[in-house]
Design a protein around this ligand. Structure first.
Ligand SMILES: [Zn+2]
Length: 71
């Protein structure tokens, strides 16, 4: 059982037997030479509620597209 917590609110995201029971945002960023975090890999998770809150603060709305269901 893997424990994934939302980095913003700290809430435990429900994960069972490797399958996430709820979806969340996973961000992985390898910072490069043109940043001040040269070659650091940053990773965090965010629950859907915190994600919605974050994107609501965007000046330019996010781009949304429908995706085909993956079986
Ligand atoms: Zn959260």
């Amino acid at each position: 059982m893997e424990h994934i917590r939302c980095n913003k609110c700290g809430r435990m995201l429900f994960v069972q037997e490797g399958n996430q029971k709820e979806d969340c945002l996973k961000v992985q960023k390898e910072w490069g030479y043109f940043s001040e975090k040269d070659l650091e890999l940053h990773e965090f998770h965010m629950c859907e509620t915190c994600y919605d809150e974050m994107v609501r603060g965007f000046v330019i709305p996010i781009r949304k597209q429908a995706v085909e269901e993956v079986l």
